[in-house]
Each structure stands twice: as C-alpha cells, then as structure tokens.
Design a protein. Structure first.
Length: 64
C-alpha cells in the first residue's frame, strides 16, 4: 500500500477547502438569481436610453 507524503495530504486539504468555498459561492449566486427571477422586480437592462422611470420626481401617468 502506498502512503501519500505530508505535502500531498496538506495539498489535498487545501484543495477540498477551496472546493467548499467555490461551491458556497456558486450556491449564493444561484440563490440570488432565483430570488430575483421569482420576485420579478425591476428587470430593465441598461440600454443607454433615457426612460421616464429614470427621472426623479416623475411618476407614471403624470402629466407635465
């Protein structure tokens, strides 16, 4: 039977720790995405066009 050296054992531990951190990050990004899609909030993209919603103090349907 082959026994791993101390360096390989430490490296495996660090790699497993990094795996846990990456999986956690992916889970957080996925959760935020799911919540944003489910709530259906403001989903307008930045399209370089001035819309009435972007002007402060102006409400929808209000006349000037």
């Amino acid at each position: 039977m082959h026994r791993d050296s101390e360096m390989h054992v430490r490296r495996r531990g660090r790699n497993l720790g990094l795996l846990v951190v990456l999986i956690g990050f992916i889970a957080v990004v996925f959760a935020v995405t799911v919540v944003k899609v489910r709530t259906g909030g403001l989903q307008e993209g930045f399209d370089h066009v001035l819309r009435p919603q972007m002007i402060e103090g102006q409400t929808e349907g209000a006349s000037q």
